[in-house]
Design a protein around this ligand. Sequence first.
Ligand SMILES: C[S@@+](CC[C@H](N)C(=O)[O-])C[C@H]1O[C@@H](n2cnc3c(N)ncnc32)[C@H](O)[C@@H]1O
Ligand code: SF4
Length: 339
Amino acid sequence: MEPLLDRLGRPLETLRVSVTDRCNFRCVYCMPKEVFGREYAFLDRKELLSLEEIARVAGVFAQLGVKTVRITGGEPLVRKNVEHLIELLAAIERPDGSKLELALTTNGAVLADKAEALAAAGLDRVTVSLDSLDDASFRAMNDVDFPVQRVLDGIDAAAAAGLPVKVNAVVKRGVNDHDIAALAGHFRGTGHVLRFIEFMDVGTTNGWQLEDVVTADEIVERIGARWPLEPVALESPDATARRFRYGDGAGEIGVIASVTKPFCGACSRARLSAEGRLYTCLFAARGHDLRAPLRSGATDTELAEKLRGVWSRRTDRYSELRTSETATLQKVEMSYIGG
Ligand SMILES: C[S@@+](CC[C@H](N)C(=O)[O-])C[C@H]1O[C@@H](n2cnc3c(N)ncnc32)[C@H](O)[C@@H]1O
Ligand code: SF4
């Protein structure tokens, strides 16, 4: 099958699906409490795509070349019966007869209870966000006083259920950068790949400033000073993380340098919001409505035509064009569009 390319020659390969805009955390860099308190206008139940509607859209995406679907949010594990969505996605066949690769990104709060059911439903791997091992810093970052140990239990449960685990840590200067080496030390030798993410100017509410970004180079330098690191080849051309392996064989780390070394050039990701809007960039201001056609009887062929049209016109490369001015532009919130 000919790959579907956008205007910059980038193929469509991954679909990220936000299954809810709600979250049981209020991470300071994502859904700060001052903005996302109780009154925040979260989507109404009927505005959300149903699990069946999501699976239908994913099926059409699979016909257009998508290989991987990542379920995210908000917090995907607060969406009722998300396991059923995994079952529906696991039943989709790609044009060559293969299955979709199914991944999920979670804050891990309820993963200990759900890991087994997720694995049984057909999930292939999980990414757990964990920004600090220091309980006080972790509670302050999630801003709902959630203890770090329950996330660590979630990671253990996922591994016990046979799910490969990656751990994502967003680093914000002065907030958790003191914990970089401890995180690295904790996950060295466990087989779980730890990836550090530069703090990004997603949405318009997180008060982003360039000074708060701890660069990927600085992170690698700090860890490398303690445990020597060597670069590893990229996993795939559109991989978001640069990889480094410990010289002593204790595994590897990754750094996602979306601010200092943007990777728009090979970005093959489409994003579906919880209410069924298709975004072609994490930093987009507007999406393309798929819910209306879905609910007014569009056929799969008509949906495919719409997706093909959107992707083939795509020119987004926000991170490569980022300046201190663009940081204040109107952009969709990350909790709504999915990380
Ligand atoms: C929006 S969350 C959604 C999934 C789930 N709630 C979680 O936290 O893993 C997806 C990822 O985006 C990351 N993230 C959120 N805000 C960010 C920001 N401003 N800069 C960099 N990464 C961010 C989170 O740390 C998480 O790893
Ligand atoms: S990063 Fe994830 S856990 Fe934290 S507030 Fe955003 S959606 Fe929730």
